[in-house]
Design a protein around this ligand. Structure first.
Ligand code: UDP
Length: 398
């Protein structure tokens, strides 16, 4: 796919918004920044950095993106951090701390920090700040719901976080009182990426039939990493209730991030549970165009997450005018506005009822779908995200 330029977005957000981004970025011309995270594929952070880094370069910022390296034991430990920050009780013996710090030190040598500003994403690379000769502002960008972290892990990580010059969260409720400036920047989707660009109806149908999904049977979908926090087993239970009342099929499309060692186990459990239900299809590691087509073809998209930083998958579905039924976790209520862009459901029964209602009511689906697209256009596109970063960088660099 051709490289994106800011001007390509003019047809979506209009010229004044493009000009405003360009003008406010002018003082950052030639400044260098680097983003560092833990995976280049799978999950929302990689999705965002793929687009954002390119657009930053298009407006004159020398932006780079580095991914930390590590073996199985390192990523087991950092997945434990992720789980603990989302509230799970995870043991953190001295041995694990030692491995984490040694691997972080190794990464501090493999990664160069000659930039004017450094943005570190999530907890995996957070301790790099301890090992670098810090010559510039460092910002910690947290994509996770950290409202009630497990205290053992939090007290290990907190001293590193306090060394940053600022922390960025997806929503106000995640602020942590770290004693450093704290900023809110909600995530976003790229409306021109392969995942979200317009597709013709015939291309959508072709993508489904090619994968043995009948586009003429109403589709309920969840697109998510195979992760217990996304509760795919709960999705199956919801679907089983819906299936009793109306003709439909479930598609579970998922992948596994390279920094998430728990994925294969969850996937195995899932396959066992699906077993003989021929109305359920699981799709592993599908490309962006298929995910795009699936989100478009679905009558309802479910997002049954127990914990969720933001859930880009929700914005992706709404952008395609597909209503979403979801648990009110993390950033989901920012996107799913009750009765306006979809429905929040706090039990499986409620979720099933909402799905049945939507499947039987085309007019309601169309109305919520239009409102969902408008909501994303106003709030959760990459161009707004870029503008927020520019504003923040300017406060540190000019
Ligand atoms: N995704 C994908 N294929 C899959 C599952 C997920 O491309 O099989 C993408 C999904 O479309 C979204 C991202 O991975 O862009 C997940 O981001 P989200 O914020 O929803 O969740 P995270 O994985 O970061 O917890």
């Amino acid at each position: 796919m051709a490289l994106k330029k800011l001007s390509d977005y003019q047809k979506i957000i209009g010229n004044p918004a493009i000009e405003s981004i360009r003008n406010s970025a002018a003082p950052l011309e030639g400044k260098s920044i680097t983003h560092v995270n833990a995976t280049s594929i799978g999950g929302g952070v990689a999705e965002i950095l793929n687009s954002l880094t390119i657009l930053m370069n298009d407006i004159g910022i020398h932006a780079e993106w580095d991914v930390i390296k590590g073996g199985q034991s390192f990523f087991n430990i950092t997945k434990g951090f992720h789980n603990a920050l989302q509230g799970q009780n995870v043991a953190l013996p001295e041995r694990k701390k030692k491995i984490f710090l040694e691997e972080t030190e190794r990464n501090s040598i493999l990664t160069r920090f000659h930039h004017d500003l450094v943005v570190i994403h999530d907890p995996q690379p957070a301790a790099l700040i301890n090992y670098s000769k810090k010559k510039q502002p460092w910002l910690w960008r947290c994509h996770i719901d950290i409202t009630s972290p497990h205290p053992v892990t939090w007290s290990f990580l907190e001293p590193f976080l306090k060394k940053y010059d600022g922390a960025i969260y997806s929503l106000d409720a995640y602020k942590k009182n770290l004693g450093i400036p704290e900023f809110i920047i909600p995530p976003s989707i790229d409306p021109l990426s392969l995942k979200n660009m317009p597709l013709t109806e015939s291309r959508v149908r072709k993508n489904l039939t090619k994968n043995n999904i009948d586009p003429d049977i109403p589709i309920i979908t969840q697109v998510s990493r195979f992760d217990k926090w996304k509760d795919p087993l709960g999705v199956i239970r919801i679907f089983e209730q819906v299936q009793k009342k109306t003709d439909c099929q479930l598609v579970l499309a998922g992948n596994m991030a390279s920094d998430d060692p728990e994925g294969p186990n969850i996937y195995k459990k899932l396959m066992k549970k699906i077993n003989a239900n021929s109305s359920i299809t699981t799709m592993l590691d599908q490309g962006d165009i298929f995910i795009n087509a699936l989100q478009r073809a679905s009558s309802v998209v479910l997002q049954n997450s127990i914990r969720e930083g933001f859930a880009l998958t929700v914005s992706e579905a709404l952008w395609k005018s597909t209503p979403v039924v979801a648990r009110p976790a993390g950033g989901i209520p920012l996107q799913v506005l009750q009765g306006k862009t979809g429905f929040l459901a706090s039990s499986e029964e409620q979720a099933a009822k909402r799905c049945i209602n939507l499947l039987k009511n085309e007019k309601l689906r169309t109305q919520l779908g239009q409102q969902g697209r408008e909501h994303v256009k106003k709030n959760f596109l990459i161009t707004r995200h870029l503008q927020d970063y520019i504003n923040l960088f300017r406060s540190h660099l000019t």
